[in-house]
Design a protein around this ligand. Structure first.
Ligand code: GLU
Length: 312
């Protein structure tokens, strides 16, 4: 089993190697504010189940977590409506790009899973019901701050405004679902909350902290509170494993072997159950919208530490 010194060495080796690579992918440009991010950035942070933190690179630099926020909104929505959630959204891999609209037509407005954009918008709508947008957003932010033990986490308003101005596809997806009665709230209110939770900014260190409960059977390690029951944590991890990287999910499972969720800001949150929570950030993306070096770094990490869930 990998000890502290092994993990430290692996983090430092990966950060050194990733800094030097030139094949970094392309930063997302369809949200104009994200296009301004330095493609040379790289960060890796791990929090193991004993609470030790291993961090390298730009691990204290906040970045736009984008779709990684969908792990936390899924957890909140399951807490609010339980398994009824699965009537509004499926849990099958999509095999389609993150913002695809074709599948929605075939499936009568029910999104394939909570991590493609349509599914995450439906999940956001569940959280919003019965609240004002500000309250729903406050609840999401408070939840993430609680998970990470960090009250300083906040929303990057410039990123939210940038997406609000240009998120035409998401507007189309939301209107389409609304026409099937899948959304309860006015489309513009649901989207407002969605764009804002995608615009939450976190560092790798904060993100790895926020993911700890998923590595520890649903338990918040510092308060000892059960964030979700162990069975639910297992299922959230299963959805991350099968659906967390859009049409690149199979490839991620094949290469890395961990539940993980990516975002177009270049972040990935990965979970090694019983071992640790891992956050990686490199803003250049591959064709599926997943961090190019982030995936390579996680592949190296699981190989060297034996942390793939498929390692005996
Ligand atoms: N806010 C982004 C969108 O809706 C999230 C996409 C992503 O991170 O994959 O397009």
């Amino acid at each position: 089993m990998a000890g502290k010194a092994d993990i430290e060495r692996v983090v430092s080796d990966i950060c050194g190697e990733m800094r030097a690579r030139s094949d970094r992918g392309e930063v997302a440009t369809y949200i104009p504010e994200l296009a301004r991010v330095d493609v040379g950035a790289f960060a890796l942070a791990i929090v193991d189940t004993e609470g030790n933190v291993y961090a390298g690179g730009d691990s204290d630099t906040p970045f736009s977590i984008q779709s990684v926020s969908k792990v936390f909104t899924l957890t909140l929505a399951l807490g609010k409506v339980g398994d009824h959630l699965w009537r509004r959204v499926g849990r099958e891999p999509s095999g389609s790009p993150f913002n695809s609209i074709v599948q929605l037509e075939y499936e009568r407005g029910i999104p394939r899973n909570p991590f493609i954009n349509a599914g995450a918008i439906a999940v956001t709508d569940v959280i919003l019901s019965g609240h004002r947008p500000k309250e729903a957003l406050g609840e999401i932010l408070r939840f993430i701050r609680f998970l990470a033990d960090d009250a300083s986490i906040s929303i990057d308003e410039a990123v939210a405004a940038s997406e609000q101005r240009t998120g035409f596809r998401n507007v189309a997806l939301a209107n389409y679902m609304k026409s099937f009665g899948v959304l309860e709230n006015p489309v513009e209110l649901t989207l407002g909350v969605y764009f804002h939770h995608c615009a939450i900014a976190m560092s790798c260190r904060q993100l790895a902290m926020a993911g700890r409960f998923l590595a520890q059977n649903g338990r918040h390690p510092t308060t000892g509170q059960q964030v979700v029951l162990a069975g639910r944590a297992r299922r959230i991890n299963a959805v991350m494993m099968t659906c967390g990287h859009y049409d690149g999910s199979g490839e991620f499972a094949f290469r890395v072997g961990l539940p993980g969720k990516s975002g177009v800001g270049g972040g990935i949150l990965a979970v090694a159950p019983g071992k640790g929570s891992i956050a990686v950030w490199s803003p250049g993306l591959d064709a599926s919208g997943n961090s190019r070096l982030g995936q390579i770094a996680l592949e190296m990490l699981t190989k060297r530490l034996g942390w793939s869930i498929f390692s005996a």
